[in-house]
Design a protein around this ligand. Sequence first.
Ligand code: NCD
Ligand code: ZN
Length: 335
Amino acid sequence: MKTHTLLMPLDAHLHLRDGVMLENIAPLSAYSFSGAIVMPNLVPPVSSLVDIRAYKKRIMATVPNDYFEPYMTLFYENYDKNFLESVADEIIAIKLYPAGITTNSEGGVSSFDIAEMRPTLEAMSELQIPLCVHGETDGFVMDREAEFMSIYELLASNFPNLKIIMEHITTKEAVDMLDRFDNLYASITVHHLLLTLDDVVGGMMMPHNFCKPIAKRPEDLDALLSIALEAHPKVMFGSDSAPHPQEKKESCGCAAGVFTAPIALQLLCEIFEQYDKLDNLQAFVSDNAQSIYGLCPEFKEVILEKRAFSIPQKYSNVVPMYAGETINWAIQSVE
Ligand code: NCD
Ligand code: ZN
């Protein structure tokens, strides 16, 4: 049987939620990943040292028997330097959401006034705290990411020593930005390597494929594949797995978010094998994130095997992407 081994897989962008949802879904990531960069968009968002420590403790309590490191993050506000110094050792990055652009982003940034942001972003540069950005404007939904490129330019050129991660990129425009600024990096989800807008609304409407940023055009998908399959060193896997209860997805006013955490490695094997690039998957799912963020995850070996795997209809009350469909790779063992 054909197998493929991945060492210390990392998820550079994961929503773990809180409460019962956290208890139900965190073990799924902890099973096959060594660690994940955990999103702070709780209600209210994670924005103090007390919040960070308490949330990390709640996460760890859900995965007592697995080795799994939750790398903590803070919700972006214009923080002062003293505060940033006090949290620097306990976070891996700060996450910026434009206000109102996606789930639980109400408290996000509403204007990109560089003068207002300068003290915070300079302090982050000095303390080497990366800035991770959900890069979408409030424009027309298909153009939001492309329109945001001018803000990335502004940030990248004004703060050359700040590491800026363009999160879950979905467009050719974002791919083209990567080589223009040394301090720009990107994460890519597995669903954006598989879906276009057609898979969301081209036929029957598919709520479980609906997320922000929304899946784009075939040429965008090709651009994402071109850098992911080569494991471009400035690009890393971040699932943006964003679980919502089934009733919040299959309803009028469907919440944005695609749930992929328990099937992400299997799908990535399938994609990379299809293009004969399996050898590059290790860099995409771990090595690149290790160098970009300076992480040293503890050893974990995940062996995947090529066999039919039928994706469950649900994990607790969350419907995953491709529920009920059969894919070609499964997890054989984790050590
Ligand atoms: C995320 C969520 O549900 O928290 N939703 C999404 O569509 N990706 C929020 C986010 O990261 O944008
Ligand atoms: Zn996200």
